[in-house]
Design a protein around this ligand. Structure first.
Ligand code: ADP
Length: 327
């Protein structure tokens, strides 16, 4: 993603206010700043809207997005509906393609191949996990990398890892764009990423390294997660474990980006215990309303970029990669 500029004042680091001897009573004298994702999402969508109309004027059609679901899953449907609404708000035609859970892997491949061949469909996202009988490779072997706007194709991962243009998962990009938008300095910071999934943990690590952070990845087998978190100036949690990160584990003044989405007693919560983190962190992204809205907006931005690439002799289409910037 390019062009996101800080629109809000940079974070001011409040003074530490010690109210007791024990570590868990260290407090800042003001609560953390809540990094709302919606202003950034609105800024990105405004840019996308202009790009879509410019594209339409130039090529005579608006680039479309197709969201594929295999079988019915309530949480996936909610997510897909949100994306369809976001698309509508910026003039991107979109549709959900619901395939039956019983579809064979071969039939699934041919449905993806059809979307590859549809000139107006510029981007394809596929809800995961797929049913057991459809290996992820059925998707990654088939989806055209230039339409893979959520960065699941190994070619895109490889390109981005080596510093070429390509797509990373929108969620990972959103996690890093929010602190940048609010002017939080990342360079040189000690960052801990909790989770090593291909969709979040690994790409977040890559993006933070690009921002010149020193990154530690933690996961279920990390020996002392609390000790790693205590040292971190930036904590990005993408574990899918509610309450995993609590305020008294954080380095006072840390920046906390919560990528977790968990349903607890019918409510959506992140991985971070928000109230206790608020008293110790300098800044924290809320769930919902933090990374989520920015993820949708980034996805749309990817779609427009994909559409442009498909209309030109872009190296990703022609099979030649172009160096973007030094990683
Ligand atoms: P996502 O796609 O949201 O990243 P996954 O379930 O694929 O979710 O991955 C979750 C990641 O979080 C895994 O890498 C796992 O090791 C890590 N994780 C989950 N629970 C914990 C935990 N309690 N402590 C540390 N890491 C965890």
């Amino acid at each position: 993603m390019t062009g996101a500029r800080p629109v809000a004042a940079p974070i001011r680091f409040p003074r530490l206010h010690v109210v007791g001897e024990a570590e868990d009573v260290l407090r800042y004298d003001e609560p953390a700043r809540v990094l709302d994702g919606r202003p950034l999402a609105a800024e990105i969508k405004g840019r996308v809207r202009r790009q879509v109309s410019a594209f339409r004027r130039r090529y005579g059609f608006a680039p479309a997005l197709t969201a594929v679901m295999v079988g019915h899953d309530a949480a996936s449907s909610v997510y897909v509906q949100q994306i369809l609404r976001s698309c509508a708000s910026v003039g991107i035609p979109s549709r959900a393609l619901e395939l039956p859970r019983s579809i064979s892997a071969d039939e699934f491949r041919s449905r993806i191949a059809e979307l590859n061949g549809d000139r107006e469909v510029a981007g394809v996202i596929v809800q995961q996990p797929l049913p057991r009988h459809i290996p992820l490779s059925a998707l990654t072997d088939t989806i055209m990398p230039a339409k893979d706007i959520d960065g699941i194709h190994p070619l895109n991962t490889g390109l981005m890892t080596l510093g070429y243009e390509g797509f990373l998962p929108a969620c990972a990009e959103a996690a890093v764009e929010i602190p940048k938008f609010y002017g939080y300095p990342l360079e040189g910071k000690r960052a801990v990423v909790i989770g090593r999934s291909n969709v979040v943990g690994k790409p977040v690590q890559l993006l933070l390294v690009r921002e010149h952070c020193t990154v530690t990845i933690c996961h279920r087998r990390t020996r002392d997660l609390a000790a790693e978190i205590a040292r971190a100036e930036i904590v990005v949690s993408a574990a899918g474990a509610p309450g995993l990160v609590r305020g008294n584990m954080l380095h006072p003044g840390a920046l906390v980006v919560d990528v977790g989405i968990n349903v607890v007693k019918g409510r959506i919560v992140g991985d971070v215990e928000f109230d206790s983190a608020l008293r110790v962190a300098a800044a924290i992204t809320p769930v919902p309303g933090g990374v989520g809205p920015v993820t949708n907006a980034v996805l749309l931005e990817h779609l427009v970029r994909a559409a442009r690439w498909q209309q030109t002799d872009h190296p990703l289409i022609a099979g030649r990669a172009r160096k973007r910037r030094a990683a």
